[in-house]
Design a binder for this molecule. Structure first.
Ligand code: SF4
Length: 300
């Protein structure tokens, strides 16, 4: 077994489950408060939600049908697998109707083989009443908040329509409710230099966070950011894969060691992705990073 230089997501999951678990993405047809005017209009400048839906998950199908399709997809290869329903697309707590939300989550938990939920949402979209109801569910639940950066200037620039203080509040309340929580962070946002990104990691360390997902900023077709960059209004920080791996090494050196890292890169569909086009699959980048960490460790 190769040495590990950071806590990874499989370590985190094996602490909670005595079996192999696989996330199944669900699109429950939610909207986003940053598009429908509840928080803002137009969405985050980098966002094109077409980038995060696997084929088996179509919002025209019920939550349970999507999960059954996902389970069939994996069960051929891994018959003993258990599953986590991952409410990923858009903002999966964006409804004033808490009974409707709970109905969707409970529907997911009723599907054979589903042993827990992961709910992706915004940090300004988690009312305490919903947290209390989630904490009372007889199943494992985790919340994943899109924090993106700890820098409010950046958050404003990318039209997130929430602040770092919202993230601090949501994470603290989630932790107090006894629910594990993860943060999603984007590296390479416009105007951010290395020190700024490392400062975000430092501020994450101050919070009771269980996991993080890092990913490189991707410039995607159809987004406001792609238009702005094309028109020369500003540019985004640009990294080669090797330079980004070096940044990841520095982030890991700063990250609290008990926080598990779920990913370092993300991969938008090739026909939508403008930049970066490194030509590496996620696992290939992670292997490259792990090799880099191993070399640094050996030459210390
Ligand atoms: S990134 Fe999330 S919050 Fe921002 S526009 Fe897209 S779905 Fe909405």
């Amino acid at each position: 077994m190769p040495a590990k230089f950071y806590r990874d997501y499989s370590d985190f999951l094996s602490e909670h489950f005595g079996c192999k678990v696989q996330k199944l993405t669900v699109n429950a047809g939610f909207s986003c408060p940053n598009r429908d005017g509840t928080k803002g209009y137009g969405g985050c400048t980098y966002c094109n939600n077409q980038t995060f839906n696997p084929e088996y998950c179509a919002p025209s199908l019920s939550v349970s049908d999507q999960l059954r399709r996902g389970r069939e997809f994996f069960a051929r290869k891994y018959p003993d697998m258990s599953y986590l329903a991952y409410f990923q697309a858009y903002t999966n707590t964006h409804s004033d109707d808490i009974e409707r939300l709970m109905g969707l989550y409970e529907e997911a938990l009723s599907v054979e083989g589903v042993v827990g939920l992961i709910i992706g949402t915004r940090p300004d979209c988690m009312p305490q009443t919903l947290l209390d109801r989630l904490a009372a569910l007889p199943a494992w639940v985790m919340i994943e908040y899109g924090a993106e950066s700890a820098c409010d200037v950046t958050l404003e620039k990318i039209n997130r329509c929430h602040t770092w203080a919202d993230t601090v509040d949501a994470v603290n309340r989630t932790h107090r409710a006894g629910i594990p929580c993860g943060l999603h962070l984007i590296m390479g946002l416009p105007g951010e230099d290395e020190e700024c990104m490392l400062t975000t990691v430092g501020r994450v360390n101050e919070l009771p966070v269980d996991t993080v997902k890092f990913h490189q900023l991707q410039l995607v077709r159809g987004t406001r950011m792609a238009r702005d960059v094309e028109q020369g209004l500003y540019d985004i920080p640009r990294f080669t894969a090797e330079e980004y791996a070096d940044l990841c090494v520095k982030m890991l050196a700063r990250l609290r060691p008990d926080i598990a890292v779920e990913r370092f890169v993300s991969q938008s569909p090739s026909d939508l992705l403008i930049y970066p086009r490194w030509g590496l699959k996620n696992y290939q980048f992670t292997n490259m990073l792990n090799n880099r960490l191993r070399e640094l460790h050996e030459f210390k």
